[in-house]
Design a protein. Structure first.
Ligand SMILES: *Cc1c(COP(=O)(O)O)cnc(C)c1O
Length: 460
């Protein structure tokens, strides 16, 4: 059928816009990590469209106006690039999504797509929920998924209460994510996906992403990894074989602490036992067009701009903060009042060898003349004398702030058992390996000597 003349014109304009986007993406894909972080998709064409503004503009408008019904109809049929309505798309959010995709895709040959959300919990729901569909599953059989028990408290209760108790999905926990046999023994024909954090919050557990990829592949199901703690500056799970990555942008990526946000990024072409073909072809795009639109956890464009601004320095920051954290981990390990330190960079930490194999500073060879491992700025430790002693230590901190937060430019500490991991209950914490006297420490940008002095006086 011949298209109406007007529709043809919009299709032609849309095609030109797509071509220019493809060119900018290709140009950036020839650049280093920091260059991608600084410019992203905001190239010469975007400058022209935005009065030469050197910084990405903030589009607070709720919606886009169309020139006529042909323009409206073509856009709403997803036939041309358009943003339409800010719940599902927005130009400022788009710049953030594209920059994230360029960073997560650093060193990866294939294509990937990003979808930003109002929080990382929203991103985790959107990354997992499409696989918990009845469509395509075996009738009368309970579906299940396999997940590490060592995960963020919010993800733990989403899985155990919302999916498990309220919706009857069987949650199969893996106690020791380093044990591949434990993972393998949990997967069966009704398993919908495999989920892990690398490294985990708050116990910094690591997992073998390439080996888990192999397992998931063998069963035709996706591997989903939350790598909030590492950020793309230190770990890029999709390059290692994972299908979907989740980030809490609220944390190290948005280090200033001005916004709550999350994102999921997915490779094009993944395996799934359920869902439509579009889900397999381009999961993040499918989510954006349908489930995300319907569930509605849209990201505020203002927050997207705050995040874009922080994102430009990600690699340099993660390098410097990781070096401080490594010094503090060594200090704590040698301290007589400290029982145990959880940090993937410590040679004595279980999984250190694996972390050393997988966690590298992007472009580290540029500064250091050889590739360098970096392990992030989150660590945890237990103190002698149990939970009461841990609370006393926390209460005596004078520079380090007491807060249930991480990834921040200011150093923060908390006791997960009474804060971030309180709601999952004692049995849940025991399953997830979160002891009552564990202190979680986010190492910020203060001078490391001042941080060590504060910890030392608090521990004495
Ligand atoms: C904080 C955190 C989340 C949740 O992030 P929000 O943006 O607050 O929803 C998810 N995963 C990990 C590992 C986290 O640390």
């Amino acid at each position: 059928m011949a298209e109406a003349k007007e529709v043809e014109e919009y299709l032609r304009r849309g095609e030109a816009l797509r071509t220019s986007e493809t060119q900018q993406r290709a140009r950036m894909r020839g650049m280093k990590f920091d260059t991608r972080a600084v410019h992203g998709m905001y190239g010469l064409e975007a400058l022209q469209q935005n009065n030469g503004s050197i910084i990405e503009p903030l589009f607070l408008s709720s919606a886009q106006a169309f020139e006529n019904s042909a323009h409206l109809e073509t856009a709403l049929a997803y036939r041309i690039p358009a943003w339409t309505y800010s719940r599902y798309a927005n130009p400022t959010v788009y710049y953030l999504e594209e920059t994230l995709a360029l960073l997560e895709g650093y060193g990866f040959d294939g294509e990937l797509t990003a979808c930003a959300k109002a929080s990382s919990m929203a991103a985790i729901v959107m990354a997992t929920q499409p696989f918990l569909s009845l469509e395509g599953g075996a009738a009368g059989k309970a579906m299940n998924f396999v997940t590490s028990a060592q995960i963020y408290g919010g993800a733990f209760t989403l899985f155990s209460r919302r999916y498990g108790e309220e919706r009857g999905v069987e949650v199969r926990w893996v106690r020791n994510p380093l044990d591949l046999d434990e993972w393998a023994s949990r997967i069966d024909p009704e398993t919908r996906f495999v989920y892990a954090e690398m490294p985990s919050n708050p116990t910094l557990a690591v997992c073998d992403i390439p080996a888990l990829t192999g397992l998931a592949c063998q069963h035709g199901i996706p591997l989903i990894v939350d790598s909030t703690v590492a950020t793309p500056a230190l770990l890029r799970p999709i390059q290692l074989g994972a299908d979907i990555v989740v980030h809490s942008l609220s944390k190290s990526i948005g280090i200033s602490g001005f916004s709550i946000a999350g994102a999921l990024l997915a490779r094009r072409g993944l395996s799934s036992r359920v869902g439509p073909e579009e889900l397999r072809q381009d999961f993040a795009l499918h989510v954006k067009r349908l489930p995300f639109r319907d569930f509605g956890p849209g990201l505020s464009p203002f927050n997207a701009l705050m995040l874009l601004n922080d994102l430009r320095w990600l690699r340099v920051r993660m390098d410097s903060l990781s070096r401080s954290a490594a010094k503090i981990a060594e200090f704590l390990q040698a301290h007589p009042q400290v029982e145990q330190v959880y940090y993937p960079g410590l040679a004595t930490f279980p999984g250190h060898a694996l972390a050393r194999r997988l966690m590298w500073l992007a472009d580290g060879e540029g500064e250091y003349g050889r590739p360098v491992n970096r392990y992030g700025h989150l660590l945890s430790f237990t103190v002698n004398g149990g939970a009461e002693r841990a609370k006393r230590t926390l209460d005596r901190l004078q520079l380090i702030l007491r807060a249930a937060d991480l990834g921040r430019i200011k150093s923060l500490a908390t006791i997960p058992a009474i804060s971030t991991h309180q709601q999952q209950g004692e049995a849940g914490r025991s399953l997830g390996g979160v002891p009552p006297h564990l202190i979680r420490l986010n190492v910020g940008g203060e001078h490391v000597d001042d941080l060590i002095a504060d910890l030392d006086q608090a521990l004495r």
